[in-house]
Design a protein around this ligand. Structure first.
Ligand code: CTP
Length: 409
């Protein structure tokens, strides 16, 4: 499913094509982007010419393909291209361009243009699995992600060289969705205060031990980042995460379920939307002031219930739109449906956390939306950012239904 692509209209997108067997798939990406009314400038590296022709890409993009750093006399083409661009996508990205980007090497038109860019950059690697899993390539990809670039991870499958493993270019749809999400800046949520929770709470047993869970906060942070980009005033209450705080987001760091409860209640009265993606402990022990020493007999720790924060927000609800998550390992639909009623929610996002490809630490998710009238909407597997965008799209529909006079400025 390709997301609403309005954010692409009229945008200049540089498509960098590097030399790998998947270069032929760049034709489909360019064609799709053009259908969505983006202005496409293709830059090919020299080795890309061995896999796809410039004629194909210039016909599909409607613009002459660039490749030569010294082509135009009198203009500095790499700076012009970089200044013009709203986004850059490299598909396929070879180990070579990834290494050059990670180390600032500029020896052709694509690599020099990249150094001059100040816009979202999306990299879709494709290569042999042994190369992709090489520690240097992985290290370079991590460095690029740490610099704020987006990596659309390759798929696992049969590769051109006959082996099987991760290295196949991600589906064009996933690459398109990543571009759409990164170009979505608007004022659709202007004037809307959104409270988002993320991460997993920890309940101390003693000064060195705690009861925790496997949540990383990726889903909640994705919602916070997209909401801020769509113009919302975002307050992110996060527990035990190590993800950088998204730009423009007010944040409150907490550790325990009770601290999250206090922080959420303080912010709740004047907020319009709550998205409760955090994994909150349902029980907590009475923490011991000193480290519990090893002992021969059985150790019994009794646990008391914590407050169900979302259920309490549901009881206190006035104008707010409440979105909950249901992280389940079994009976996904039945459990999620009972939570939407029990907690008085407007939407619940159900996901199966027993699957490792979409679980807590994964960058992807596959969710089903369940509404109070029992209606269900199952989405395909997509990045957590793309899921965040879909959630906010449904929330915007609810806001507009509740306040028909509200107009985008
Ligand atoms: N939640 C909450 N406070 C709690 C427990 C859960 O606010 N003490 C919220 C979560 O943030 C999530 C939703 O309730 O949005 C569902 O959480 P989940 O852990 O799936 O369900 P529980 O209500 O805890 O029920 P169970 O553990 O039995 O599945």
């Amino acid at each position: 499913m390709v997301l609403n692509s309005e954010s692409l209209v009229g945008k200049t997108i540089i498509v960098g094509v590097t030399g790998g067997i998947a270069a032929y798939k760049a034709a489909e990406l360019v064609s799709q982007l053009r259908k969505k009314n983006a202005n496409i400038q293709v830059i090919m590296t020299e080795s890309a010419n061995h896999f796809i022709t410039a004629t194909t890409l210039s016909t599909l993009s409607g613009n002459a393909v660039k490749g030569d750093l010294f082509q135009n006399q009198g203009t500095v083409s790499h700076i012009d291209l970089a200044m013009e661009a709203d986004a850059l996508v490299i598909a396929p990205a070879t180990a070579n361009i990834i290494a050059k980007m990670a180390h600032g090497i500029a020896d052709d038109l694509l690599s020099t243009t990249i150094l001059a860019m100040r816009c979202p950059m999306i990299i879709a690697p494709a290569m042999n699995d042994r190369m992709y899993l090489n520690a240097v390539v992985q290290g370079n990809l991590h460095s690029l992600e740490a610099m704020g670039m987006k990596v659309v991870k390759p798929e696992s499958g049969k590769l051109a060289c006959g082996t099987e493993g991760p290295g196949r270019l991600a589906p064009i749809e996933s690459i398109l969705n990543e571009i759409i999400v990164n170009l979505s800046t608007s004022t659709q949520f202007k004037g809307i205060k959104m409270l988002i929770t993320a991460g997993g709470t920890r309940e101390p047993i003693d000064p060195v031990r705690y009861i925790g869970n496997r949540s990383t906060g990726k889903m909640g942070f994705a919602v916070a980042s997209v909401a801020a980009r769509l113009g919302a005033e975002v307050v992110l209450v996060h527990a035990n995460t190590d993800i950088p705080i998204p730009y423009g987001v007010k944040h409150i760091s907490v550790t325990t379920a009770n601290e999250m409860y206090q922080a959420v209640l303080r912010e709740y009265h004047d907020c319009d939307v709550v998205v409760k993606a955090a994994a909150v402990a349902d029980f907590h022990p009475q923490p011991q002031p000193e480290k519990i020493k090893k002992q021969d007999q059985e150790l019994i720790i009794s646990l008391e219930s914590t407050t169900d924060i979302l259920a309490e927000l549901g009881q206190k609800k006035k104008h707010q739109i409440l979105v909950g998550f249901a992280a389940e390992t079994n009976d996904l639909m039945a459990n999620a449906a009972s939570k939407i009623r029990r907690k008085n929610l407007d939407l619940i996002v159900a996901n199966d956390v027993s699957r490792s490809d979409i679980g807590f630490s994964s960058d992807d998710n596959q969710v089903t939306f369940i509404y109070p009238n029992g209606e269900k909407e199952s989405l395909e597997k997509m990045t957590k950012k793309a899921v965040a965008y879909q959630i906010l799209d449904r929330v915007l529909g609810m806001i507009n239904d509740k306040f028909p006079s509200r107009e985008e400025e």
